[in-house]
Design a protein around this ligand. Structure first.
Ligand SMILES: [Zn+2]
Length: 81
């Protein structure tokens, strides 16, 4: 997945995934991908509805499952630039 940075309401710079629709379907149904909002790292083997798991890269409790991120409106679906 691609990622992009964005400014959260708190003023912090966080990351969100950017995926094309076909890639999203694949990721949702087969990969169990998680994504760290803090650093943008991807982790697999994460349940789709996971929230606040610890990130192996940055150690923050900011890893969310892909389905959860979709519900939160934090996945941008569209062409990857
Ligand atoms: Zn992280």
């Amino acid at each position: 997945m691609e990622r992009e940075s964005y400014k959260a309401e708190s003023g912090r710079t966080l990351y969100r995934p950017v995926v094309e629709e076909t890639e999203l379907r694949h990721a949702l149904f087969s990969d169990n991908l998680g994504f760290c909002l803090e650093c943008g790292a991807e982790t697999d083997g994460i349940e789709p509805d996971a929230r606040k798991y610890r990130c192996d890269e940055c150690g923050m409790l900011m890893v969310y499952g892909l389905e959860e991120l979709l519900m939160m409106g934090l996945v941008r679906i569209g062409a990857v630039s």
